[in-house]
Design a protein. Structure first.
Length: 126
């Protein structure tokens, strides 16, 4: 894992996660990777953030309390076909992964594979 200090030009990444501990960890990891994390705790908060734009990438959990990451991904794709989306979730069945990709995500990384997450972010954020 590399350690980069975020620069003024750090690329913003939206992370949608309802678990407090995971949110905190993702914030630290994304900052360490050299990105500027914006953390949303719900689908409604995420949609509000997305409407403001300016994200290089979105990271979604598959399980989001009252809704699902799949539904959120579809809603994002209805308005934004270009911003890369990664699912980062503990839902690891083949059907979970396929549903995430079918909803419009470019990648699906199973928790807690931080190395693969970092590689996938770097590959998708240009």
């Amino acid at each position: 894992m590399r350690v980069n200090a975020p620069s003024a030009a750090a690329k913003r990444i939206l992370c949608v996660e309802d678990d407090r501990d995971t949110r905190e960890l993702m914030g630290v990891l994304l900052t360490t990777y050299g990105y500027e994390p914006v953390i949303s705790t719900s689908v409604s908060a995420a949609l509000e953030q997305i409407s403001l734009g300016g994200f290089a990438l979105c990271i979604l959990d598959n399980w989001l309390g009252q809704s699902s990451g799949i539904d959120l991904c579809k809603r994002i794709r209805a308005h934004d076909q270009h911003t890369p989306i990664i699912f980062y979730s503990g839902a690891a069945y083949k059907t979970d992964i396929q549903n995430g990709l079918n909803a419009g995500a470019q990648a699906y990384v199973v928790k807690p594979d931080f190395e693969h997450l970092e590689e996938t972010i770097d590959r998708l954020v240009l």
